[in-house]
Design a protein around this ligand. Structure first.
Ligand code: DAH
Length: 361
């Protein structure tokens, strides 16, 4: 094995330094820089070999050679540290750029489902009563004719029973109907729940009706029923005013004499017109399209539960009395959100629902 004695001349050492400096400068990333360092100042580099050769020199030459190589190593080390700092900065900048998120970029919107405005409104209506400690009651949509009519004191010849209004289920002898209102839930509630009763029933109802801007054959109602000791019309009025206040922001209600077989006395509930608040009444210059300048709009029916109905449900009318009310949810949505055509509520065009989401909630 032949060992060549390294050239320890100043020129030779400077040449090694120049090669090392050039390699550091040419390195474009930290990995290349590390490789250049191993090659030019690592243990196996020419400079390290030269350093080890100092020991072989005659004593007088050692000091100068030591200084020469020492300063060469210092220059390389300094150059390495400086280049390392530069490349680290470049790599950090590249990393930040590649991992950065531009929060101003438009994002692909992922549409998410929402309850239908009618469903949302029914939940909101229910919540008004839950907040007062009432309960939600439910009943079947396919209902016994007796529950839908007879138990509610609607005699066999009541006009609403005609097949033109009611959807009877074949065979007709089974006496099953699609419930025409949520009032049969009153009967089911009185037959099954302990007194006192404070319930609301939001639900789907069916009638053989036209399909036009103000009628749909499948629609929704909110029924309310209270049975307790000492219940009066005042309690009914206060409850309806509260509901109107929450739903419509402070408008008043009016009850106007009417007739329903299951309440006595019975009344229509009118809402103070939330557009003109009555200001257009008797004022030909400011005709109100919402209420026809009546100042009031019809919302539903209500009354004091007919004692015959309470008796039919086994409730002692000497001790208990009650009130009930029922209103259309579609109508409520029309008033509340300015929806003018009920057909929009069933046709499933998502633009209709989207316009009302937020408004209905
Ligand atoms: N069931 C009636 C209808 O569908 C509405 C109604 C009127 C409900 C008076 C009631 C009430 O509870 O007391 O037209």
């Amino acid at each position: 094995m032949t060992t060549t004695t390294p050239d320890l001349s100043e020129n030779a050492i400077n040449a090694l330094v120049s090669q090392g400096l050039a390699a550091f400068t040419n390195a474009v990333n930290l990995a290349e820089l590390k490789a250049a360092r191993i090659a030019h100042s690592g243990d196996k580099s020419a400079l390290a070999v030269a350093n080890r050769a100092i020991a072989e020199l005659p004593g007088a030459e050692r000091k100068a050679a030591g200084q020469l190589i020492g300063s060469a190593r210092t220059r390389l080390n300094q150059a390495f540290t400086a280049r390392e700092a530069e490349l680290s900065e470049v790599e950090l900048a590249l990393k930040l750029a590649s991992e950065g998120v531009d929060v101003t970029l438009p994002v692909a919107l992922a549409p998410h489902g929402e309850p239908h405005p009618i469903t949302a409104l029914m939940e909101d209506l229910g919540d008004v009563f839950i907040a007062m400690g009432w309960e939600i009651a439910e009943g079947p949509e396919l209902e016994a004719e007796w529950m839908n009519f007879d138990a509610l004191n609607m005699g066999p010849h009541h006009p609403a029973r005609a097949t033109s209004d009611t959807l009877f289920i074949d065979p007709i002898e089974n006496h099953l109907v699609m419930r025409t209102h949520t009032s049969p839930v009153q009967i089911r509630t009185m037959l099954s729940r302990p007194l006192p009763i404070y319930v609301v029933c939001p639900g789907t109802t069916y009638r053989a009706d036209e399909f036009d801007a103000t009628h749909v054959p499948v629609f929704h109602q909110l029924e309310g029923l209270v049975v307790d000791k000492g219940i009066t019309l005042g309690h009914l009025k206060g409850t309806l005013d509260h509901l109107a206040k929450v739903m419509f922001g402070g408008v008043r209600t009016r009850i106007r004499p009417s007739y329903f077989p299951f309440t006595e006395p019975s009344a229509e509930i009118d809402l103070e017109c939330f557009v003109c608040r009555g200001d257009s009444v008797g004022n030909p210059d400011t005709f109100c399209r919402t209420c026809g300048s009546e100042g009031w709009i019809e919302w539903g029916g209500c009354g004091i539960v007919n004692p015959r109905v309470l008796t039919a449900c086994g409730i002692d009318t000497a001790v208990y009395s009650g009130f009930a009310f029922g209103m259309g949810v579609e109508r409520t949505l029309m008033f509340r959100n300015g929806a003018s055509d009920m057909r929009d509520m069933v046709e499933g065009d998502i633009r209709f629902s989207r316009a009302l989401i937020g408004g209905a909630r």
